[in-house]
Design a protein. Structure first.
Length: 172
């Protein structure tokens, strides 16, 4: 086991991985399109699953990943459309058996580990035997993905509006 922190960020750690298969599960994601592109470019295969809890995942991020997955056999992208029951994991697996798990979402702040922490351990049962078998975790290449994404866009708009209202209400 190894503890990761902001001395060596998760972003730096992942950037050093080359010619591997990488699997990422995050409760939400945004602003990390460049990191995903870099991982795709330097590795054998990248698979990403993001959640929809509180509609925090950026719709722009989702659209960017859908576009990347459509045109690249080295990238598979899934969204867990179970909303409040959606995946809340923060899991980064480097094949064949390294897992990085902790509190870091796939966001710039999360990957910096400035307020999050992660540990790396050797194991992969968690990812393959559980998460990929949930029916609402939908591959972006599947026929019903667009319908689910449209539903999510509406939830995301409502959440964003609510957060802006709360911020403005609390602003002196």
């Amino acid at each position: 086991m190894h503890i990761l922190n902001n001395d060596k960020t998760l972003s730096q750690y992942l950037s050093e991985v080359k010619d591997q298969n990488i699997y990422i599960v995050s409760a939400f994601a945004n602003g990390t399109e460049d990191i995903i592109k870099k991982l795709i470019d330097q590795n054998k295969h990248v698979e990403l699953i993001i959640g929809t809890i509180n509609a925090f995942s950026s719709v722009d991020f989702i659209k960017s990943c859908v576009k990347k997955a459509k045109n690249n056999e080295k990238f598979d992208f899934y969204v867990d459309f179970r909303y409040e029951n959606s995946v809340h994991w923060k899991l980064y697996t480097v094949s064949p058996n390294l897992i990085i798990i902790g509190s870091a979402n796939l966001t710039i702040k999360g990957l910096s580990l400035s307020r999050d922490t992660c540990i790396s351990v050797k194991n992969q049962v968690l990812y393959n035997d559980y998460l990929k078998k949930i029916p609402e975790v939908i591959n972006s290449k599947s026929s019903d993905f667009s319908d689910k994404l449209n539903e999510y866009k509406e939830a995301h708009k409502k959440t964003a509006s609510c957060h802006i209202y709360i911020i403005l209400q609390n602003y002196p």
